[in-house]
Design a protein around this ligand. Structure first.
Ligand code: SAM
Length: 285
């Protein structure tokens, strides 16, 4: 059955997401802008430094390809942390995002528009990077990506893959049901969701890469109220899409959470993992 157009579905529920669609490959620039400061604070500077050290003997400019680049958050964060001259490709299947990323990158960059699953070659690429992408992919796409990196001899810095570890303080009796439905939504139709960090580490390690993993959680509090609210809304939207029986509790749950947020008492830790995969053995796995 075809989904009904949104304007025939009546008013959105009180918990509806406004900027984001978690687990969806579609990302709005407003959602990416809202999360960018938390993403920058969360990514492992340690792994960026290890990548920089790995590149030390490289001659000429380093060619970096940012897969699923969005508006270019990764270039804004990583390019200043690498010592050598760089040339980036900002690759996204959303043409507007790929072009924005190239136009605003702090180093020379070219937009590439297309589905990364159609990539057949990464020859000439020194470093593949991504951020908040891998949980959207399935095992076949991750295996293919690892294979292309191996063929090209490219290093990979793969950041902010969700782990499913979410802690809200203070706890609420509905947290666990929301988490279970949200994680099931992330894994729908074969997507890796919270299984992405392990699957990716395995795919690269089997091809001889040295893997180093770091936790890169968002640690959010009252100072991040707009992000916490939109993240909660998106989480509830996805949970209710996965399990419509969750809808009865969703409105009151969001109200309790927003009351605590306004009172300055709500804190959230949202688990992510960063992975550095280096083509010569050199990780800690
Ligand atoms: C959650 S956003 C992250 C954007 C950016 N990396 C950041 O950290 O702000 C995921 C991005 O991946 C892109 N994307 C998702 N699936 C893709 C695919 N199969 N091929 C190319 N781009 C994809 C989306 O268009 C979106 O820009």
């Amino acid at each position: 059955m075809l989904p009904l157009p949104k304007d025939l579905l009546g008013p959105p529920p009180s918990w509806a997401a406004r900027l984001s669609e978690p687990g969806s490959p579609v990302c709005s620039p407003d959602w990416l802008a809202l999360r960018e400061p938390a993403d920058h604070a969360a990514r492992s500077a340690d792994l960026a430094a290890a990548l920089d050290a790995h590149l030390a003997g490289h001659r000429g400019e380093v060619v970096v390809r940012d897969l699923g680049c969005g508006t270019g958050s990764m270039a804004r964060w990583l390019a200043p942390r690498l010592s050598l001259p760089q040339r980036w490709s900002t690759h996204d299947r959303d043409a507007d995002l790929a072009q924005r990323a190239a136009a605003t990158a702090p180093v020379p960059a070219t937009a590439v528009v297309g589905d990364l699953r159609d990539l057949t070659d990464l020859a000439g690429t020194d470093v593949v990077v991504c951020s908040a992408l891998l949980d959207l992919l399935d095992t076949a796409a991750v295996e293919r990506l690892a294979g292309l990196c191996a063929d090209a001899g490219a290093a990979a810095l793969l950041t902010l893959s969700v782990t499913g570890e979410v802690a809200l303080d203070p706890p609420d009796p509905v947290d666990a049901d929301v988490a279970a439905a949200f994680d099931a939504h992330q894994r729908r139709e074969g997507r890796l969701g919270p299984d992405a960090p392990a699957a990716v580490a395995d795919a690269f390690a089997r091809r001889g890469f040295g893997i180093t993993r770091r936790a890169s959680p968002w640690r959010l509090g009252p100072g991040d109220a707009a992000l916490v609210e939109e993240w909660l809304r998106g989480r509830l939207d996805a949970a209710c899409a996965q399990d419509p029986s969750a809808a009865a509790a969703a409105g009151p749950y969001l109200e309790r959470r927003l009351t605590a947020l306004a009172a300055g008492t709500l804190h959230a830790t949202v688990g992510h993992a960063d992975l550095l995969a280096l083509p010569a053995a050199g990780g800690d796995r």
